[in-house]
Every structure is written in structure tokens, then in C-alpha cells.
Design a protein around this ligand. Structure first.
Ligand code: SAM
Length: 254
């Protein structure tokens, strides 16, 4: 069950304690990357959230700073060493109130409900894998949550970390302006979002749906609800089935 976010999403005041992302990576220079721009970048400047990186390589003990080794049992590729990652994690302060997450295709697929919970906590500690991944024992020893971005394989966990942090940061109080309404976005209420239109009213012979020009709020609301249901039923039968089995009277139409 997702924790509720505070009601006032629009206050620009920085919270007493900023939401904090710690990223454990072999490529610390990739951060804040895209998170230094736009909404997330402004919120970073405003002190609403903060980010720090742990360079895993600094915790290697040999003179070559080796962080990986060949897999027991043979096979292709290299595996990141448990002892090096453990030492890197020991260096992280303020773990209390923050989930330690290993980003991996083997994890639970990330969804908006989990994003909301993570945004409501004090922050996250994210372990980015490289090569074939990470020695399983350190995942176990630290009771890491395993999260996937989807059924595809990235070359490293860093783009996944940037994505997870972006999804959380935009939900922090004060990050989105009053013009944005998270309650109406995709996945809220279990549906994908309805279509949007803006000026010009006619573009290349394509007209905006008449109802949106009517000024009749109830009709607009009903049209948007029906469109959201239609799109969800067509594109995401998995979401639609969940929605339809909840107490949603209109859902029988599709
Ligand atoms: C080349 S991948 C390793 C893939 C692994 N051998 C497998 O088959 O599951 C290297 C790293 O990228 C990250 N990664 C790849 N795909 C991901 C996904 N879909 N979601 C989250 N992280 C991913 C993980 O941190 C992983 O350790």
C-alpha cells in the first residue's frame, strides 16, 4: 500500500531534511547528469533533495583497484565482488529510513506505487551493477530490495538509478508547480492518462474533440474518464483487469 504524500505539493520551501539519494557506482561522473536540469535540477538547487555518489572502485584493496572477478562455475563475463561492495556500503551514512536497492533486471518491476513510497521515505541508496552483475551474497547480507526498470538489459545500473530518482524527485513537495497535478497522471486510480490537446484548434485537418471546447466541466470529466478507460483496456490488459475487478462500475463497458 503506497504511503500518502503530503497534501500541499506546491510549497517551494525546502524541507528541514532533504530527500537524499546515495548512488553507489563505478561511474560517479554520470551524476547528477540529467537530474541537474529542469524540475529536478531546480529542486536540487533549492535543497529539496540532495545526491551523493560512492565510487565503488575506491574500496578495492589491491593496487590495481580491482572491483570484479571471474564467476565461480565458469561462464562469460565478470562479477562485482561482495567484499568491495560491502566496504563501499559501510561508508554510507544515514541509512536509517532509506531502502538499499540493487537495480537489476531480476528485480521487481518499478511502478508508480513503489515510487510514491520511496518518495515518502527519507531517500534511497542505489547500487548500480556493471558487467554480469553483483555477487549474490552481498545482496543477501544487506537485505537489498531488487528493482528492475523493465524486461530489457541495460549495460549498467546508472541509467536505471537516474530514472528511479527522477520519478521520486518530481513527487517531492514543492517540486512540481501548481499547474501539474500528480493525481491526474497515468497510473493514478489504476488507469493510463486520457489524451491531451492544445492550440491550434484545427491542425492539418484534425480537430480537437468537441466536448473539450464545450466548457461543460462534467462532460469533460466524463469524456476524459471514458478515454482513460478505453486506452487502458486497449493498451494494458494487465492494468485494466486490476481496475475492472475493483469497485469501478463504468469499467464493464470495455
Ligand atoms: C549487463 S547488466 C547485467 C545483466 C545480468 N547479467 C542479467 O542477465 O540479468 C549490468 C547491470 O546493469 C543494470 N541493469 C541492467 N538492466 C537493468 C534493468 N532492466 N533494470 C535495472 N537495472 C538494470 C544492473 O545493475 C546490472 O547489474
Amino acid at each position: 500500500m503506497a504511503n500518502e504524500l503530503p497534501q500541499d505539493m506546491t510549497s517551494r520551501e525546502a524541507p528541514a531534511i532533504a530527500w537524499r539519494a546515495t548512488v553507489m557506482t563505478l561511474f560517479p561522473e554520470m551524476f547528477p547528469g540529467s537530474l541537474g536540469q529542469s524540475l529536478a535540477g531546480k529542486a536540487l538547487e533549492d535543497g529539496i533533495w540532495e545526491i551523493d555518489t560512492v565510487d565503488i572502485r575506491e574500496f578495492a584493496e589491491d593496487k590495481h583497484q580491482t572491483v570484479d572477478d571471474t564467476p565461480f562455475g565458469g561462464g562469460a563475463g565478470m562479477v562485482m565482488r561482495a567484499d568491495v561492495i560491502d566496504a563501499a556500503l559501510q561508508s554510507v551514512s544515514d541509512l536509517e529510513g532509506r531502502s538499499v536497492i540493487y537495480l537489476t533486471p531480476r528485480g521487481q518491476p518499478l511502478d508508480q506505487a513503489r515510487v510514491k513510497e520511496l518518495a515518502s521515505a527519507e531517500g534511497v541508496v542505489l547500487l548500480c551493477g556493471r558487467y554480469e552483475g553483483v555477487d549474490d551474497r552481498v545482496i543477501d547480507a544487506w537485505h537489498m530490495e531488487e528493482i528492475s526498470l523493465g524486461d530489457f538489459v541495460l549495460s549498467g545500473g546508472e541509467p536505471a538509478a537516474l530514472t528511479l530518482i527522477d520519478a521520486c524527485v518530481r513527487l517531492l513537495p514543492g517540486v512540481m508547480g501548481s499547474e501539474c497535478s500528480p493525481e491526474e497522471e497515468s497510473f493514478e486510480g489504476g488507469l493510463l492518462e486520457y489524451p491531451h490537446f492544445t492550440r491550434p484548434r484545427i491542425w492539418e485537418d484534425r480537430e480537437v474533440p468537441e466536448v473539450l471546447l464545450s466548457g461543460h466541466h462534467e462532460n469533460v470529466r466524463a469524456w476524459r474518464q471514458a478515454e482513460a478507460e478505453k486506452i487502458t483496456a486497449e493498451r494494458r490488459p494487465d492494468l485494466w483487469q486490476k481496475y475492472a475487478t475493483k469497485d469501478n462500475p463504468s469499467s464493464s463497458k470495455h
